[in-house]
Design a binder for this molecule. Structure first.
Ligand code: 5GP
Length: 203
């Protein structure tokens, strides 16, 4: 229907998907980010409508009832969801759309849109994941233990994804993701309609 790609970036907390996501937005010209809705509290430095749309549980439930989400998930006891309408608006305007969401959300998108490109960002090791989470300083001791425990389960779902990128160095990892996106856009089946048009019109 649209030429734009749906690009899903997933990975456990501390793998660095947020950093890579921000780098992609700077490197690739036609890429737009999907802004999720969440019921969790706004962190210091987060901006409404830039990082998330922060909603109450009631507002979130109403959005579900109104069928406004492409996918939803509950992560660390908070609700998250991808609003559908802006995604189709961005695709209609000729953009690729990138989602930074959890494994469960990625599976929902892949099921609805098998053409979506799903990329898993892996930490180089558990030890490194732990150091990054500690250095981030946003987690309490309890939350840190939960996130590390969950990371093990999440990593075991690696084979749900089209590509795996190890993030030792964020610049190198971002370059790899850019290469994947560029190659993906050259796939024969994504370009067949253009070639058929050329053959038909002889232009
Ligand atoms: P955080 O609260 O730390 O920003 O995000 C926690 C987790 O929720 C991350 O793994 C993030 O990728 C995921 N997440 C954020 N927004 C969405 C969303 O709209 N859908 C899903 N499925 N996961 C999301």
């Amino acid at each position: 229907m649209y030429d734009g790609l749906l690009i899903v970036l997933s990975g456990p907390s501390g793998a660095g998907k947020g950093t890579i996501h921000d780098k992609l937005l700077k490197i690739l010209p036609n890429i737009k980010k999907s802004i999720s809705v969440t019921t969790r509290k706004k962190r210091i430095n987060e901006i409404e409508g830039v990082h998330y749309y922060f909603k109450t549980e009631e507002e979130y439930s109403q959005m579900i009832a109104d069928g406004e989400f492409l996918e939803t998930a509950s992560v660390y006891c908070h609700n998250y969801g991808t609003p559908k309408a802006p995604v189709f608006e961005m695709l209609k305007n000729g953009n690729d759309v990138i989602f930074e969401i959890d494994n469960f959300g990625s599976r929902q998108i892949k099921k609805k849109y098998p053409d979506a490109l799903t990329i898993y960002i892996m930490p180089p090791s558990f030890k490194e994941l732990e150091s990054r989470l500690i250095a981030r300083g946003t987690e309490s001791a309890d939350s840190l233990a939960t996130r590390l425990g969950n990371a093990k389960r999440e990593l075991s779902e690696y084979n749900d994804f089209d590509y795996i990128v190890f993030n030792d160095d964020a610049d190198v990892a971002a370059e790899k993701v850019v290469a994947i996106i560029r190659a993906e856009k050259c796939r024969m089946n994504r370009n067949e309609h253009i070639i058929k048009g050329m053959l038909k019109n002889k232009k």
